[in-house]
Design a protein around this ligand. Structure first.
Ligand SMILES: NC(=O)CC(=O)C(=O)O
Length: 296
């Protein structure tokens, strides 16, 4: 894998920016999450180092990887960013392994509020982005699943894009995946990849997880990575699993089943331009009759 000027591949990026010509290697870690926070964090750190051995440049963890997923747990497991136990461990792991870490999500305490928060660490261990779940998971499907994150969590109030070697990457968390406008704005701001740590369940997972991932990838013509915890049928909330990577054509290029594992794949950002120039919907939008704008 060699570095080259990004101009050769992606004219929209700034001059002299270096990035990986053939792309970069991403690892989606589908780990089991239990009741013991320190064990969960230690497991995540181990997986980050293993992914590095597998050649990964970016390692992404799942939603709620240090805590069981459930409103009754969030207060107990919450910690401050960036000085809590989990933040410190991710920062150290990113620096030691020299990889970028998209730190799934953790329950974050900020003042008297709790958020469902994704942190991003660069390969020196510096916090470079922090996304708080914007759309809280409040649903009621009779006789199937009722969940109300808003009982204990506050929603984030901004969209989050970070840079990796000149490439822009957008973040969303689980339920955020259902909101096409959010993905559209991140695409408009230059993202070639959207990463969604998420934990769909046994009702919505089989119906919508892959469909939504493919939908976002197809309508925004970019890469989409979905990272789930492994399925634990003894947990109060049973995650669907099936961490998935979708290319800008909308095709699933790699997918796990429900068991613990890590998906490793070389992302080629030049496919974004290939698809966008072949099917130029971005230039054909009728902004004279509709539009989608960022407000924050
Ligand atoms: N858990 C979530 O935030 C979202 C989810 O499970 C769904 O949208 O379905």
């Amino acid at each position: 894998m060699s570095d080259t000027s990004i101009d050769a591949v992606h004219p929209r990026f700034a001059k002299n920016t270096m990035f990986y010509n053939k792309g970069f290697r991403i690892a989606l870690v589908q780990m089991t999450v239990g009741m013991d926070k320190s064990k969960n964090v230690a497991q995540a750190v181990k997986e980050i180092h293993k992914a590095k051995e597998g050649g990964a440049h970016i390692v992404a963890l799942p939603e709620c990887f240090n805590s069981p997923y459930g409103t009754k747990y969030f207060n107990e497991y919450a910690e401050e960013v960036p000085c809590g136990e989990t933040s410190l461990a991710l920062s150290k792991a990113a620096a030691e392994a020299q990889v970028f870490v998209v730190g799934g999500t953790v329950p974050e305490r900020f003042g008297n509020k709790l958020y469902n928060t994704c942190t991003v660490w660069d390969n020196k261990g510096t916090l470079i982005a922090q996304h708080r779940k914007v759309h809280l998971f409040d649903i009621d499907i009779p006789n199937k699943i009722t969940f109300k994150e808003s009982e204990v969590l506050s929603p984030g109030d901004k969209l989050t894009v970070f840079e990796f070697n000149g490439a822009k990457i957008g973040l969303g968390i689980c339920y955020d995946l259902r909101f096409a406008e959010m993905a559209h704005i991140m695409a408009k701001e230059g993202c070639g990849l959207l990463i969604y740590p998420g934990a769909f369940n046994m009702t919505t997972g089989p119906k919508h997880w892959e469909l939504l991932g493919r939908g976002r990838a197809t309508d925004q013509q970019l890469w989409v990575a979905l990272v789930s915890p492994a399925r634990d049928t003894t947990a109060g909330y049973v995650a669907w699993g099936h961490s998935t990577l979708v290319d800008p054509w909308g095709e699933v290029v790699a997918k796990l089943d429900e068991k613990p594992g890590t998906l490793i794949y070389d992302i080629d950002l030049s496919i974004v331009e290939e698809v966008r120039s072949s099917i130029p919907i971005r230039l054909q939008r009728r902004t004279d009759i509709y539009d989608t704008v960022r407000k924050n």
